[in-house]
Design a protein around this ligand. Structure first.
Ligand code: PEP
Ligand code: MN
Length: 339
């Protein structure tokens, strides 16, 4: 449940309530918005009677949260969350572009891609150093060396960096080199990993599982925020359907649905959604139209010889053309492009 405080409630009122709730063995999470302060309560609520809390000084109302996720819910945090990383700001009013290769392959490859995507308008460079590949015989990533190249690329370009993590070991290494981490579709319900990502304190891009419902996805996000890390960005990257002409099916309806349920920023990945570079521009535009806060796009210096996901990767020129096309779409929906 959540406790909504009156606008004129004092800090003492809030502190007193929190003390009483903790005294009953429950946990509290405070959300201090511009208009209103909300106390989220998690734990065995049979210890509390709603009526008693309602008459505490400063309390406006008690709202039960029926969803199994609480802190991810808009009820707990009515204002949209903005996540700031280096010069990037992911949230309302901006359209953030995350771009880069599927996998970091060499120092030179990543550096050239980082410079190219920056020039075209990206503010965050992506690159996988731990690749969860379908086949164990496919390229698995450069691991720590790849992360080191990410840091070098960031120092050279000023771009923020993001890399997928697949284990606790990978998280502990990634925190030394990158600004954000990504939990991939295949690990969306790896609850141990989600908790560790929460403990890392770094912003986390949480991709939608291959066959995950929106409810399951938000519960996965709850694992991160319940560890005290509110910096979660949800990434729609397509789901498995009966359609085989694209790699996955981009669920565009997920964006307005999520918007109605959660305060987290939402981005769209048209590259993994389609698996085909020719379809990436249309779905990037569609993502903006349905309200995404940003896009994640795979770009490669030499897609034909890419070690993973070449067919969906844009060349530098294609990416530059695309960002030129996207900028007016972004202003049409009231978002500053490339921040
Ligand atoms: C990726 O972004 O590199 C990736 C593997 O994506 P997904 O987890 O969405 O398949
Ligand atoms: Mn990829």
């Amino acid at each position: 449940m959540i406790i909504v405080m009156k606008q004129n409630a004092s800090e003492e009122n809030v502190e007193h309530l929190i003390k009483v709730i903790h005294g009953k063995g429950l946990e509290t999470h405070l959300s201090t918005g511009k208009q209103v302060t909300i106390i989220g309560v998690v734990g065995d609520k049979s210890q509390l009677t709603y009526d008693n809390l309602e008459i505490f000084e400063g309390v406006d109302k008690i709202v039960p949260v029926t969803e199994s996720y609480k802190l991810s819910s808009k009820k707990f945090h009515p204002e949209p969350t903005t996540i700031k990383v280096k010069n990037a700001s992911i949230g309302p009013g901006t359209l953030t572009i995350i771009a880069g290769p599927c996998a970091v392959e060499t120092e030179e490859q990543l550096m050239s891609i980082a410079k190219a995507v920056k020039k075209a308008g990206a503010s965050i460079v992506r690159g996988g150093a731990y690749k969860p590949r379908t086949s164990p015989y496919s390229f698995q990533g450069l691991e720590e060396a790849g992360l080191r190249y990410m840091k070098e690329a960031s120092e050279e370009t000023g771009l923020a960096t993001i890399c997928e993590v697949v284990s606790l070991d990978a998280i502990n290494t990634a925190v030394k080199y990158v600004d954000m981490i990504q939990i991939g579709a295949r690990n969306m319900q790896n609850f141990f990993l989600l908790k560790e990502a929460g403990k890392s304190g770094l912003p986390v891009v949480l991709k939608r599982g291959l066959a995950a419902t929106i409810d399951e996805w938000l519960n996965a996000a709850e694992y991160i925020i319940s560890e005290g890390n509110p910096h979660v960005i949800l990434c729609e990257r397509g789901i498995r359907t009966f359609e085989t002409s694209t790699r996955n099916t981009l669920d565009l309806s997920a964006i307005p649905v999520l918007r109605s349920k959660t305060h987290f920023p939402i981005i769209v990945d048209p590259s993994h959604a389609t698996g085909v570079r020719d379809y990436v521009p249309s779905l990037a535009k569609a993502g903006i139209a349905v309200g995404a806060d940003g896009l994640m796009i795979e770009v490669h210096n030499d897609p034909e010889n890419s070690m993973s996901d070449g067919p969906q990767s844009l060349t530098f020129q294609q990416f530059e053309e695309l960002t030129k096309e996207l900028a007016p779409y972004s202003s049409l929906v009231g978002r500053a492009f490339g921040i």
